[in-house]
Design a protein around this ligand. Structure first.
Ligand code: SOE
Length: 400
């Protein structure tokens, strides 16, 4: 293993799910991969002093703060890792890039196309690198799928079928969170998980989505205030103290890809029984690939030139020659969700060192943001809905 003394001093902003996940990634990456720089967990930034101090101590950060500007103003910070809600991404990233820091920003890049554009413009002028955290790009099976598609193994792509299904909001009394507030999160299932599908689809196919036709639904329009539900001592209290939900619970859209493929997308947090089913299937004229994150170590591959009776083959993507897998366990001993973030940290460090380009770049993430905006715009006009009764009564109207 290469030993290096050159540090990459990280400031991580945000102590929620993603802050915890990125922490483990920074700590694990140099222990399993040869890296050109040594990531150092230098500064953890949170909002609440006591909780931030406790997290910093528990997770092994050298210092902590409740002011993200400290991460920007200090000369002994090289990279800023943004794990906060979407409404703060632009301000923090713009300040960090202007100060010459490298930036890793959680997805979706921003809450609006205008913010994402400003961030992308700033990244193109900056001395540091800028990367967005679409973590599923670092799933070995999806990275293998990308290699197969680039090698022409599925041929000309005709269909992209992507579903991202979760169910953590299916109970109407599950508490309100910032993810249900449009001002903070930008959108709902669409931006939170649909954005992953959009990024994965464009990255796998090498084709941008050029047009969409969409619909979105909010099934539960208010949810109990978290503090009211938890009550004193964790006892369920008052579910009648409710806050409005201002984002979508589910989104569905069809898409035309620039290269001619037809896409069908669905993102929901209300699919009972589906915990984190991030699925994608791609069909081309020479074959297909299919993936479901609930079986993340497997890729289904179909080769149309082989005997059709063989059907799809299930490839265990755990061989040393598969992307990322060689750094871990013997073949057949699978990886988990956290490994995506370790791989992301590895690739970020390599990008900082100039070994590989940052992927996804802010420009890639801006393209995702444009698709999100197009979906919302289409849904607002309900453009795919042709009333069945009206069409039957006016067949001329259908063909015109
Ligand atoms: C919540 O829906 C969430 O944590 C997303 O925000 C992540 O991006 C996804 O990987 C898992 O689900």
């Amino acid at each position: 293993m290469t030993t290096t003394t050159s540090p990459l001093r990280i400031a991580l902003i945000g102590t929620g799910f993603m802050g915890r996940m990125h922490t483990q990634a920074w700590r694990t990456a140099p222990r399993f991969f040869d890296l050109p720089l040594a990531p150092e967990p230098a500064l953890l930034v949170g909002r609440r002093p006591d909780a931030t101090a406790e997290s910093a101590a528990r997770w092994g950060w050298n210092e902590h703060s409740v002011d993200w500007r400290e991460a920007i103003s200090r000369d002994d910070i090289d990279a800023v890792d943004i794990c906060t809600p979407g409404d703060t991404h632009a301000e923090i990233a713009l300040a960090a890039l202007a100060a010459g820091k490298h930036v890793l920003c959680e997805k979706p890049l921003a809450n609006t196309v205008a913010q994402a554009q400003e961030m992308t413009d700033a990244a193109s002028r900056a001395s540091g690198i800028a990367m967005c955290g679409f973590s599923y790009r670092r799933t070995p099976a999806l990275a293998l799928a990308r290699e197969l598609i680039a090698d022409g193994r599925v041929g000309e792509i005709r269909h992209v079928r992507a579903q991202y299904l979760q169910d953590w909001l299916s109970d109407p009394d599950s508490p309100h969170t910032w993810r249900l507030d449009r001002d903070r999160a930008g959108s709902g299932a669409l931006g939170d998980i649909g954005a992953h599908s959009i990024d994965t689809a464009q990255w796998l196919t090498g084709q941008d989505i050029a047009a969409v036709s969409a619909t979105v639904r909010t099934f539960v329009t208010s949810r109990p205030r978290r503090s009211a539900v938890e009550g004193l001592g964790g006892v369920a209290a008052d579910t009648s103290d409710r806050l409005p939900v201002s984002v979508d619970d589910a989104a569905a859209f069809t898409a035309r890809f620039a290269g001619g493929a037809l896409g069908v997308f669905e993102a929901t947090r209300m699919a009972t029984g589906r915990r984190n089913a991030n699925r994608i299937e791609i069909n081309g004229d020479r074959g297909s690939i299919a993936f479901d994150f609930e079986r993340m170590n497997e890729l289904e591959v179909y080769d149309a030139a082989a005997d059709a009776a063989q059907g799809f083959r299930r490839v265990q993507v755990t061989e040393a020659r598969h992307p990322y897998a060689g750094a871990w366990w013997p073949a057949g001993h699978g990886l988990g969700y956290e490994h995506l973030f370790t791989h992301q940290a590895v690739d970020f460090v390599r990008a900082v060192a100039g070994e590989i380009p940052p992927s996804p770049s802010f420009a890639d993430a801006l393209q995702v943001q444009r698709v999100l905006a197009a979906v919302e715009q289409s849904a607002a006009h309900d453009s795919i809905f042709t009333p069945v009764a009206a069409a039957a009564a006016d067949p001329e109207g259908i063909s015109s």
